[in-house]
Design a protein around this ligand. Structure first.
Ligand SMILES: NC(=O)C1=CN([C@@H]2O[C@H](COP(=O)(O)OP(=O)(O)OC[C@H]3O[C@@H](n4cnc5c(N)ncnc54)[C@H](O)[C@@H]3O)[C@@H](O)[C@H]2O)C=CC1
Ligand SMILES: O=C(CO)COP(=O)(O)O
Length: 297
């Protein structure tokens, strides 16, 4: 049985009645097997909970429901780094809930595609081998194929870091710099993602997979992506819907701090953060990337 838990009683009641989330997935009917609730006590009945919320909200959520969540398997579906603690959601779970089992579900996937049953492949990461197999088997469907890894850190970083590069790629296209420049940003962006991941102890192979290369490719080239569209608007000097979840904005600031504090070369991410902070504009950011000293690839 699957229970969809929503914070707001009104939203939960509306979804239970209409069998649809009109705001986020209009036109998709909720399967009959899904029960909708806003009762936090329902969390106690679950053996596995998927955290599908913006990355910056996970820490407060975990802390406010600590007693209901400890002891369960918590699968982070979000893609971002907490601006205060500089950890991903699985890291937050590991730090805050010693009795919980952290896992990550990530990779190239738009919710609208999965909800329509389109073929999708994802990475499922969990450090406990038996739990990883249980999750892989229970979350896979005929259209949703999960690959397993024990590298929680690498899986989590792949999903979070690609959002920052997608903003840069969107800005590049929005500015009119062209698709050759975007390919350069994707490739050099991937190099800096791998540098940070290696520094954090991730397996380099993880980043070559769905969470990393796969998700970077999708997000940097599709205007279904909010991060990419945010970048497009930035580059074109247009406004963007401020209510949309654009994970790469705060993650750029968090990762820029990590990169500075730990001495990791991440020029694209740092420039995205500088533009977010209003320290430079996008044209200057590109000029700075092009004028870096020439080096080996
Ligand atoms: N939408 C997509 O296609 C995909 C999203 N993701 C990731 O999933 C995460 C969530 O993204 P979306 O679902 O698109 O975002 P969203 O903005 O639609 O929010 C998801 C849910 O989180 C809830 N929420 C917001 N603030 C909250 C809080 N303080 N406490 C508890 N719940 C809260 C919202 O009410 C909403 O129901 C992000 O990290 C995103 O990168 C990953 C893959 C695909
Ligand atoms: O993570 C995603 C695709 O894999 C969703 O991308 P956006 O959050 O940019 O919409």
């Amino acid at each position: 049985a699957v229970t969809l838990w929503a914070r707001s009683p009104d939203t939960a009641a509306e979804m239970a009645k209409t069998r649809e989330n009109k705001e986020r997935l209009p036109g998709i009917e909720l399967p009959e097997s899904v029960t909708v609730t806003s009762d936090p006590e329902e969390l106690l009945k679950a053996d596995t909970i998927l955290l599908s919320m913006p990355a910056q909200t996970v820490r407060a959520f975990v802390e406010s429901h600590r007693d209901r969540l400890d002891g369960t398997t918590l699968v982070a579906c979000c893609k971002g780094i907490d601006l205060e603690t500089l950890t991903g959601a699985a890291g937050t779970v590991a730090e805050s809930l010693p009795g919980a089992v952290p896992a990550v579900l990530t990779g190239p996937s738009f919710a609208a595609d999965i909800a329509r049953g389109l073929p999708t492949a994802l990475t499922l990461a969990c450090a406990r081998p038996e739990e990883a197999i249980r999750l892989q088997e229970s979350l896979s469907t005929p259209c949703l194929r999960l690959y397993r890894t024990s590298d929680v850190v690498g899986a989590e970083l792949g999903g979070a870091l690609k959002n920052v590069i997608a903003i840069a790629c969107g800005a590049c296209i929005g500015k009119g710099y062209g698709v050759s420049a975007r390919a350069a940003l994707m490739t050099r962006g991937f190099a800096e993602m791998q540098r940070l991941a290696a520094h954090r102890g991730a397996d380099p192979v993880t980043l070559m997979g769905l969470s990393g290369f796969g998700d970077l490719t999708l997000t940097c080239t599709s205007d279904m992506s909010r991060n990419y569209r945010f970048g497009l608007a930035w580059g074109a000097g247009e406004d963007f819907d401020t209510s949309a979840t654009v994970e790469g904005v705060k993650t750029a600031q968090a990762v820029a701090r990590l990169s500075r504090e730990q001495g990791i070369d991440m020029p694209i991410t740092r420039l995205v953060a500088d533009v977010v902070d209003g320290e430079i504009d996008i044209s200057d950011a590109l000029g700075q990337l092009l004028s870096r000293p020439l080096k080996e690839e």
